[in-house]
Design a protein around this ligand. Sequence first.
Ligand SMILES: N[C@@H](CCC(=O)N[C@@H](CS)C(=O)NCC(=O)O)C(=O)O
Length: 217
Amino acid sequence: MYKLYSMQRSGNSYKVRLALSLLKAPYCAIEVDILRGESRTPDFLAMNPSGQVPLLEVAEGRYLAESNAILWYVAGGTSLAPESRVERAEALQWMFFEQHALEPNLGAAYFWLSLVKGGRDLQTHALEDWMERGYAALQVMENHLKTRAYFAADQLTVADIALYGYTHVADRCDFDLATFPAIRAWLRRIEQNPGFVTMDWRPDAEVDDPASVAAGA
Ligand SMILES: N[C@@H](CCC(=O)N[C@@H](CS)C(=O)NCC(=O)O)C(=O)O
């Protein structure tokens, strides 16, 4: 069974939980509260020097970081991971886009406006940039989805899961999707897939105390 270090309210962590659920892959989730510095302890940094979640233990003592790399790993050999050379590259294209155009803007806005108390006042200077660049990214997605149901390979893939992570919380961080009908239809399409779970959903096997896992308890 996979061991996933994750934070419930983290969009990057949710992408992995969503993929595992769509794949019906059992896993044990270990909650890491980044707001309390739990991803920056010496023990955690020994597993992931970037000090971030999500983090997947793929074999004893072997860890994989970066949500999109984890998505490719867990989806390998399934329909979520396109196999043809061009479709794989197209999925990757959108996953790089997600990391450089969407996540740094919607992800940052979501973190500071929705998770951090008083975050809006602390980030007033940055918010304008996040909104401008975030809306630009959403427009690129809207244009693509006007004529397509999914981002790559004409089917649900890891690219959609990566982009869903922060797009679906747009309304929790000041973004208004009213003028993005194709994105709204795509969000609903993803939500209709068997195995879809929301960000709040928790797996059965959950561990609150990472020490108990390390000790094999
Ligand atoms: N590019 C990384 C970003 C991961 C990331 O930003 N994780 C955040 C939570 S969403 C985190 O752990 N932040 C804690 C920190 O940086 O101290 C990914 O896609 O996994």
